[in-house]
Design a protein around this ligand. Structure first.
Ligand SMILES: O=C(O)[C@@H](CO)OP(=O)(O)O
Ligand SMILES: [Mn+2]
Ligand SMILES: [Mn+2]
Length: 543
């Protein structure tokens, strides 16, 4: 991944004694400032003071500003960190898949041809993915488009393994997607295509683990989708309805895995000769499943039976590790990232977070590539996340992240440090208001400690977020409040705290400001001219 990317020193070169530290407050946007706003209702003296700083502005972190199809699309960590780390706006998975479907290119891909071959020799097509219109990991319309093409081209047998969302959409909205999907299956059956939903489960307990936080999640998915081992139900809708009835407090993302069975057992186990498509376009939570299907020497859990299938992802999920080998849509080509430029210019750096966001500051930041760019200059540190619903421990590993960061700042070993505090986002996704407050206050406390260390070292801190989440904890309709667990479309803060103290910078107040403007800003703070194709910096040098 090393390329010939070298930065030029800035015209008015400034010398920073300490490091430049980029702090991403995951899921902490600028909300409405009312009782629904988890930042407003929390005690946040540090964040409040930052928002009153002279080098403060807000950035767009959703929609077109981060390469999503429309401004109706909320931001997310992938597109947010891609924009932060690459300094430009790339058409993202949601958009690229939509286009490939519209143009028909997806069905002209080499991978789709191989799928058709398998199916014409008697194989079943299995479609595994998140069933919602969240447009963060997947979109149900993409699934419908695949089904429609299968109907038109006479693919005879399809099994859907559908994961319940409840995280990017309403927390108990699964039936809004699964009832029409079952209806569509019935219509396809009437048209002669044997299409059924065969298995599923809540995304946080079935299949969609990330960054190897908990392989048991993927194992549970494997057992349900491949082996047909999970609680049996006559249909997916009956599974969801039963779970709702048994524990009304449980929400979709945590519902147990299930298998649909008929007279002779599970209706859709995965067998030799079949084809499997993971129809999620986003990579972090699709990589582990892909590895389970593809790796010959896989040892993360006992797969028991490994069917000989043709496996394809909706996209390539990891451009470094080439996972998976086959995919339907080309991912965005993200070269010349800030990381590549800084390595090409000899800048030492540290990337730091806990497991849940570790890949965000490495893999997403580096344009969906998982490896080091230059091992001699970079260090990536992961602190192991807890394995539970984060409302139960909303402080997460923020203290540990802070202590590592403080040590790194004081060590003088790194010119650039980037880190992510996950709390606002991970706890925001639980919708538990009391826990969100603790999460936000934890981040505030930790940020105060970290800033003191940056000040002592004479460095510069840049504080921002990748998208909102905790900034809206609930919505209200007809006097009834419902928890809001998804990200928001709110702008995010951008604050620069220059402890060099010589007023070297002023805000440039661009007409359009988004996350993609941050990379060029970091270049200037580090004393370099930004690459000419980057979105312009948010600051100008004044001395
Ligand atoms: O948890 C996730 O996978 C997404 C929401 O679907 O959140 P984030 O983009 O913040 O990682
Ligand atoms: Mn995020
Ligand atoms: Mn999130």
């Amino acid at each position: 991944m090393k390329g010939d990317y070298r930065l030029q020193p800035a015209v008015t070169s400034n010398t920073v004694d300490g490091p430049v530290v980029a702090v991403i407050l995951d899921g902490i946007g600028i909300g409405r400032g009312d009782a629904s706003d988890g930042i407003t209702v929390s005690y946040t003296p540090v964040i409040d003071a930052l928002l009153a700083e002279p080098l403060m502005t807000t950035l767009k972190a959703h929609g077109a500003a981060v390469g999503l199809p429309t401004d109706d699309d909320m931001g997310n960590s992938e597109v947010g960190h891609n924009a932060l780390g690459a300094g430009r706006i790339f058409a993202q998975g949601a958009k690229l898949v939509g286009r490939a479907i519209e143009s028909g290119d997806i069905f002209r891909s080499a991978a789709w041809r191989q799928i058709e071959e398998r199916c014409s020799s008697g194989g079943t097509l299995h479609l595994i993915g998140l069933v919602s219109d969240g447009n963060v990991h997947s979109h149900i319309n993409h699934l419908y488009a695949l089904l429609e093409h299968c109907r038109q081209t006479g693919i005879g047998r399809i099994r859907i393994h559908g994961l319940l969302d409840g995280r990017d959409v309403g927390q108990k909205s699964a039936l809004d997607y699964f009832v029409p999907l079952e209806q569509r299956c019935t219509e396809l059956q009437q048209a002669g295509c044997d299409c059924r939903i065969a298995s599923g489960g809540g995304r946080m307990v079935t299949t969609m683990d990330r960054y190897e936080a908990d392989w048991r999640i993927v194992e549970r998915g494997w057992q349900a989708h491949v082996l047909g081992e999970a609680r049996p139900f006559p249909s997916a809708v009956e599974a969801i309805e039963t779970y709702y009835r048994e524990d009304p407090s449980q929400t979709d993302q945590y519902l147990d895995s299930f298998v649909v069975t008929g007279d002779s057992g599970p209706i859709g186990t995965i067998q030799d000769g079949d084809a499997v498509v993971c129809f999620n376009f986003r990579g972090d939570r699709a990589i582990e499943l892909s590895r389970a299907f593809e790796e010959p020497d896989f040892s993360e859990f006992d797969r028991q039976r490994v069917p000989d299938v043709f496996y394809a992802g909706m996209m390539e999920y990891d451009g470094d590790a080439k996972i998976p080998s086959h995919f339907l849509v080309e991912p965005p080509v993200i070269h010349g990232t800030l990381g590549e430029y800084l390595c090409g210019s000899g800048v030492t750096s540290l990337a730091l977070s806990e497991t849940q966001k570790f890949g965000h500051v490495t893999y997403f930041w580096n344009g969906n590539k998982s490896g080091y760019i230059d091992r001699d200059l970079e260090r990536y540190v992961e602190i192991e996340s807890d394995r539970l619903a984060f409302d139960l421990r909303p402080w997460m590993k923020a203290a540990e992240i802070t202590e590592q960061a403080i040590d790194a700042v004081a060590s003088g070993r790194y010119r650039f440090i980037r880190l992510n505090y996950p709390n606002g986002d991970m706890v925001g996704h639980t919708g538990v208001e009391a826990a969100v407050r603790i999460a936000v206050e934890t981040v505030d406390l930790c940020l105060g400690r970290l800033l003191a260390a940056v000040e002592k070292a004479g460095g510069i801190a840049l504080i921002t977020a990748d998208h909102g989440n905790a900034d809206c904890m609930w919505t209200e309709k007809d006097g009834v409040r419902s928890p809001m667990v998804s990200h928001t479309r709110n702008p995010v803060p951008l604050v620069i705290k220059d402890y060099g103290g010589t007023k070297r910078f002023a805000m440039s107040n661009l007409e359009q400001q988004g996350l993609a403007n941050v990379a060029a800003t970091l270049c200037l703070l580090l004393g370099f001219e930004p690459p000419p194709d980057y979105e312009p910096p948010l600051i100008v040098q004044v001395s």
